[in-house]
Design a protein around this ligand. Structure first.
Ligand SMILES: [Zn+2]
Length: 437
């Protein structure tokens, strides 16, 4: 099936809604430059504000900069009422919050990051996923992805009222899938993301019959590329879905015997990269975390692996590189490393690129393509290991504006304030030929 077809048709539909917004080069400038319409803009604003002052959404902060409150300037011939209704229907979609139903900010943060993952949003919102539901080997038989899609559809509801979306039914399906998320204790957003993606994947797994296990090892005499392909083929025999298509990459690990020099290479699928934070204070660059992750380490003493050539335990070096780059690269900063946990959270600010993250230094193949990424979402953790709060910063998939999602509250945020010591899970999308234009 062609995802680009439905992507562009939804894109067009939404683009039409945003057409006024996108034509505005600088809403601020226009607002002050053309005085008669200021009154229209402000009346719309106060309208919207009064609509927003329901008790449960008291703190619902909105970003008006990419709303249509200034659209009147560009529709001079319209009557005021026409302007008003145009503006109301052109509200930027997707800027709805999620109710906190008891320590669920970790879940809300992850849901907002996924909700702004454009292909996933469109896959769910347009019901494309329904034809992929796995009713045979999926434990949830589609119940998890259906509950998730309902939440996403409500977040992207096309009616103009503001919503604070309730996640009670999604949470109960998540608990059925992963009982560890039972109850209302604070959880780790990255672990939650892994479980959630795994559950969504199972629900739309294209593998409908469990294949016979392959008991043989991959032939060590194959070239690295052949090994990688065989390893990937074996993975897809069991796990093959739209979710895998986008989120899963392939990591190459090389174990080298320091005695005989023999290298043993294995390829493993990865859903995210968990990067160590190699220092406790100061400012770090993301590349330093990536360097630390891919740097060769020595396995000695109790850790000595068995060399497949010497047939004996030998001191070896081990290193990682990326063989297959996923479309969506999830980077987890290990702020709560188990070894460090007793010393508390690592709050070091890691400076990461918003655009043009170049991963080519970490590619196993020096000719690797598709290793440039742009950031589109961040799950942030503030506070300490034991008491903290999660929020999300997400780039709107159609307007490109950044917003902060703090449970029920959604507000505008400048792309200059995205890097902080609170960034915990980063969502990058592969730069396509299109995004170079
Ligand atoms: Zn050896």
């Amino acid at each position: 099936m062609s995802s680009s077809v439905h992507k562009s048709s939804l894109g067009n539909q939404i683009a039409r809604k945003y057409i006024l917004d996108l034509s505005a080069s600088s809403p601020k400038l226009q607002r002050s430059a053309i005085s008669p319409s200021n009154s229209v803009g402000s009346s719309l604003n106060s309208n919207s504000l009064s609509r927003r002052s329901r008790p449960d959404t008291n703190h619902h902060v909105r970003d008006y900069s990419d709303d249509e409150s200034s659209s009147g300037e560009r529709t001079n011939s319209y009557s005021q009422s026409t302007i008003r209704s145009t503006a109301a229907s052109a509200k930027t979609l997707g800027l709805n919050g999620l109710k906190n139903i008891g320590n669920t900010c970790f879940m809300n943060s992850v849901i907002q990051c996924l909700s702004n993952t454009r292909w996933l949003l469109e896959y769910l919102k347009k019901d494309m996923y329904l034809r992929d539901i796995n009713t045979t080997i999926s434990g949830m038989k589609g119940a998890l992805i259906k509950a998730f899609a309902e939440v996403i559809k409500e977040l992207w509801s096309e009616d103009s009222s503001d919503r604070v979306v309730n996640t009670v039914s999604l949470k109960s399906q998540i608990q059925r899938f992963a009982p560890r998320f039972m109850g209302y204790a604070q959880q780790d957003a990255q672990e939650f993301l892994r479980y959630l993606l795994e559950g969504l994947h199972e629900d739309v797994n294209r593998v409908t019959e469990k294949p016979k296990p392959i008991l043989t090892e991959i032939d060590d005499n194959l070239s690295d590329n052949e090994k990688a392909q065989e390893s990937w083929r074996r993975y897809l025999r069991l796990d093959n879905s739209k979710i895998v298509d986008h989120f899963v990459g392939q990591l190459k690990s090389t174990l080298k015997c320091t005695y005989c020099g023999h290298s043993s290479v294995t390829f493993d699928p990865f859903w995210d990269l968990s990067l160590p934070i190699p220092q406790r204070t100061g400012l770090l660059r993301l590349s330093q975390c990536l360097d630390s992750f891919t740097r060769e380490e020595t396995l000695d003493g109790d850790e000595k692996p068995t060399c497949s050539k010497c047939k004996e335990r030998r001191k070896c070096t081990k290193s990682f590189s990326i063989h297959k780059f996923p479309k969506v690269l999830v980077i987890h900063l290990k702020r709560f490393s188990p070894l460090e946990r007793f010393r508390g959270k690592l709050s070091v600010t890691v400076d990461f690129p918003i655009e043009g993250l170049d991963m080519s230094n970490y590619a196993s193949d020096s000719n690797a393509s598709q290793c440039r990424y742009n950031l589109y979402a961040i799950s942030n953790h503030s506070g300490t290991t034991y008491s903290g709060h999660y929020t999300a910063y997400c780039r709107h998939p159609y307007t490109g504006h950044w917003h902060e999602y703090n449970d029920s509250r959604v507000s505008s945020i400048s792309s200059k304030s995205l890097v902080s010591g609170e960034a915990y899970v980063l969502f990058y999308e592969q730069e396509t030929a299109k995004s170079h234009l």
